[in-house]
Ligand binder design. Structure first.
Ligand code: SF4
Length: 460
């Protein structure tokens, strides 16, 4: 049942859901009305506006049912791997073994937002010395201790080396509380030196061959730990198939992003695009459903683009957004202020790039892991942002700082300086806390001023 695309609130979704069911909507096993998640405690849903398509409903339901799915996986005896501080590498290893799934405990980052701080996760973290001087990922510590958001994993992996101070400290605290962690090292990416072989990584960064080989050896160790937890060998052919599936996910998302960023009329809201991107890292603990969710979204977006339909007025300011927002409401706010996404860099662009399929699989994964924008110099990250913002015709850049995040103190201003010098567009730096209501008026003012600047420049 196709309606004109729109962004609607939860009350309107109640009505819309009844209409869709009456019209014969078929849903996957985790389907249902959005409101049930509110009743389960996801209070922030009251403040959000959502896309009105069945494809978006499926996306939200996949995201918001992950906790239930993880507990169900535990009941069914699946092997559960918690992949901490990992943006897309270890989940590929885990999902390549039957009956084994990975999830991303760092995803608890959004619990204080989604549940409007109604849970005890932050209090638990506070009591264990991880206070609000840390970024919102400290909620993960509370989630492990409370056991409310995910079951105790069979294996916890965590990368060290080129890892932010916040996460290193929190993961070490977690281990001290009795959660054994399998640590693996990802070194800080550096430029190849004279005499070293030079390896081009997915996305275009360069790394020295010895670093690639070191990460491949580290991932080989991770593979051994997963095999022990799963009680099965991960043969090379299985991993190659896992990489092919990961690339299928990435190609679908890449096409979705291309259409959303380049269509004359914006065919999908920023909020749904952000959620869709997050699925690519860890598949929301269900890779097959992630693929189907993407296929549905693509189908809807293609239909809208074909009919020239969208969710925003034509002529909205084209904004390239840097860093994920701790409060999902900020994505709605951008659109209320007259902006639309024309590009994103949510800290994990390497998890969107295709993984080479013509290399030994572990080397391919190592190249991808080293392409993480957070393990290299901030200048590399800034240059990639500039390149993509230019290609996508960005009229403004928003750098959204994460409160307490150790890297944001200097990185944001560095990206702003480089982007301001390289691109002839206004660059705005803001900070978005997990619940931004108290500063919403100030954020609105700043975003509206940015959009107004874009319009003035168009008319100049
Ligand atoms: S400081 Fe940044 S990179 Fe580190 S956990 Fe927080 S958001 Fe992630």
């Amino acid at each position: 049942m196709n309606l004109a695309p729109a962004r609607i609130g939860l009350d309107q979704w109640d009505h819309r859901y009844r209409e869709l069911i009456a019209a014969g909507l078929r849903e996957p096993f985790y389907g249902g009305p959005l409101r049930r998640h509110l009743l389960d405690g996801d209070l922030r849903l009251r403040s959000l506006r959502f896309d009105n398509s069945p494809a978006a409903l499926r996306l939200w339901n996949l995201l918001l049912s992950e906790e239930d799915r993880l507990f169900e996986a535990r009941r069914k005896g699946k092997v559960i791997i918690a992949t901490m501080k990992d943006l897309g590498s270890v989940p590929i290893l885990a999902f390549s073994i039957p009956n084994t799934i990975a999830f991303y405990p760092d995803g608890a980052w959004w619990v204080p937002c989604i549940m409007e701080q109604s849970t005890c996760d932050l209090k638990i973290a506070d009591e264990r010395g991880i206070d609000e001087s840390f970024c919102p990922v400290r909620a993960m510590l509370g989630a492990f201790v409370s056991g409310e958001h995910f079951p105790r994993p069979d294996l916890i992996t965590c990368s060290v080396g080129a890892t932010c101070d916040d996460f290193s400290a929190i993961a070490q605290r977690l281990e001290s509380l009795g959660w054994p962690i399998f640590w693996w090292e990802i070194p800080a990416r550096r430029c190849p030196e004279a005499g070293e072989d030079e390896v081009e990584l997915p996305g275009g960064f360069l790394a020295p061959g010895p670093q690639v080989r070191h990460v491949a050896a580290e991932l080989e160790r991770v593979k051994g730990a997963i095999e022990s937890a799963a009680g099965q060998k991960l043969e090379a052919a299985m991993l190659c198939e896992g990489i092919r599936k990961a690339n299928r996910v990435r190609r679908l998302l890449s096409e979705l992003r291309r259409l959303v960023f380049t269509a004359a009329t914006c065919p999908l809201p920023a909020l749904e695009l952000l959620i869709a991107e997050m699925l690519a890292i860890h598949y929301c603990s269900d890779r097959n459903e992630t693929i189907e969710v993407y296929e549905d979204l693509l189908c809807e977006v293609r239909r809208r683009v074909g009919m020239g339909q969208g969710v925003l007025d034509d002529g909205t300011a084209r904004v390239f957004w840097v860093n994920p927002v701790a409060d999902l409401r900020a994505m709605n706010l951008l659109e209320e202020c007259g902006g639309r996404l024309c590009g994103t860099e949510f800290l994990f662009c390497h998890a969107l790039d295709e993984i080479p399929e013509n290399l030994p699989p572990m080397e391919a994964l190592a190249r991808m892991a080293l392409a993480d924008p957070m393990v290299g110099p901030a200048e590399d990250r800034a240059r990639r942002i500039c390149r993509e913002a230019r290609e996508l015709g960005a009229e403004a850049i928003v750098i959204s700082r994460i409160p307490g995040a150790s890297h944001c103190a200097t990185e944001g201003s560095m990206i702003r300086r480089i982007a301001s010098a390289a691109l002839d567009v206004p660059v705005l730096e803001i900070e978005v806390p997990p619940i931004s209501d108290a500063i919403s008026a100030a954020l609105r003012n700043r975003l509206e001023a940015l959009v107004e600047t874009v319009h003035q420049r168009r008319n100049a």
